[in-house]
Design a protein around this ligand. Structure first.
Ligand code: FES
Ligand SMILES: [Fe+2]
Length: 354
């Protein structure tokens, strides 16, 4: 038997709500934890997220526009600031104190817009995942994307914490021999903030994406390092060096290097956003190499989505029916346990508050 597959929301944690460059183009409508939201940046450059519902007649604010003092409702023109306070009502000077909407804390950093959906008193910006590779676009040129997936967000965490699926699901791109994946040397640890693993496939055949990227003509020593950070982030460094370069002693040598950020943000109990950013660490001076990597990764993740949406549909029919655990689940199980511990703590706090 194994842990449950559909997890409830963990509210006290930072989730990705949008990419910064999405806000450059205007406001973004997102549903997070069942709440329709508008994420936007005001004209002073401050990012915020407010509920997508005007307090006047309930119109969606996402059909409004960004004006000098904030976000203007597209129905009768009320304006709200990033704290959700109404700052302007056309035709009257008096703004009643009840004229406000829910607002959530947003922090824009390293090209991410992070949102805090939990108790505002606990929103510690020091707990935001650090992703320094976004600060080095020359060394790590990257592309970002956001996808909608019809599955519980933790199914996506599971997917990334068990890479034995690569040899079955991603044969055309980053896969490789299923046996090499299943027999990879695996080192897994629980951390204060989640779980970490590194797996090595020594002297193995490079998969198609690696050959295209770095031109390997012979076997490689290949690693995949993944760290899960509560509640919904995974930071990945994958790569390969030619056999004989002693990759285990020093991975920072010329070869194939790929950094990926994965952000899992719950929309509803059975849908999520998948924010990902993929960085080319092998032919940095060639924009077409970064594009090629993106063009390989995109359909690779679509392959995951096909599995995940099918899995969600099956599991949701009988959510309490136990599943069977296998050896390959070890990192996924650590991530789930960290998550469960945080969830229990959060539920304990809310019981105490009541
Ligand atoms: S519904 Fe928004 S201003 Fe009237
Ligand atoms: Fe996958």
């Amino acid at each position: 038997m194994t842990d449950a597959t559909i997890e409830p929301f963990l509210r006290n944690g930072w989730y990705v709500a949008a990419w910064s460059d999405e806000l450059d183009k205007g406001m973004v409508a997102r549903t997070i934890m069942n709440e329709p939201l508008v994420v936007y940046r005001d004209q002073n450059g401050k990012a915020g997220a407010v509920e997508d519902r005007c307090c006047h007649r309930g119109a969606p604010l996402s059909v409004g526009k960004i004006v000098e003092n904030g976000l203007q409702c597209g129905y009768h023109g009320l304006v709200f600031d990033t704290n959700g306070k109404c700052v302007e009502i056309p035709g009257q000077d008096n703004i009643p104190p009840a004229a406000k909407i829910r607002a959530y804390k947003v922090v824009e950093r390293q090209r991410f817009c992070w949102i805090w959906m939990g108790d505002p008193a606990l929103a510690d910006e020091g707990k935001i995942v650090d992703y320094p590779w976004h600060d080095q676009p020359a060394k790590w040129p990257h592309r970002t994307a956001v996808m909608d997936i019809k599955c519980n967000y933790f199914m996506l965490v599971d997917n990334l914490m068990d890479l034995t699926h690569l040899g079955y699901v991603h044969t055309k791109t980053i896969g490789g021999n299923p046996k090499a994946h299943v027999n990879a040397q695996m080192d897994v640890t629980r951390t204060d903030q989640g779980a970490h693993y590194i797996r090595w496939m020594m002297d193995s055949k490079p998969p198609p994406t690696y050959v295209k990227g770095a031109g390997f003509a012979a076997n490689v020593d290949r690693w995949q390092e993944f760290e899960y950070f509560l509640p919904g982030s995974i930071v990945q460094w994958s790569g390969a060096l030619a056999v004989g370069k002693d990759a285990k002693a020093d991975r920072n040598q010329d070869g194939f290097h790929l950094r990926v950020f994965h952000g899992m943000t719950p929309q509803t109990e059975d849908t999520c956003y998948y924010f990902w950013s993929t960085a080319n660490g092998y032919r940095q001076n060639e924009p077409e190499a970064t594009q090629q990597m993106y063009d390989e990764i995109y359909p690779t993740f679509v392959e995951d989505i096909t599995i995940l949406e099918g899995q969600q549909a099956r599991v949701a029919r009988e959510p309490d029916r136990p599943l069977v655990g296998i050896k390959a689940d070890v990192a996924m199980t650590h991530a789930r346990r960290s998550f469960r511990a945080a969830l229990e703590k959060e539920q304990g706090l809310s019981r105490a508050a009541e």
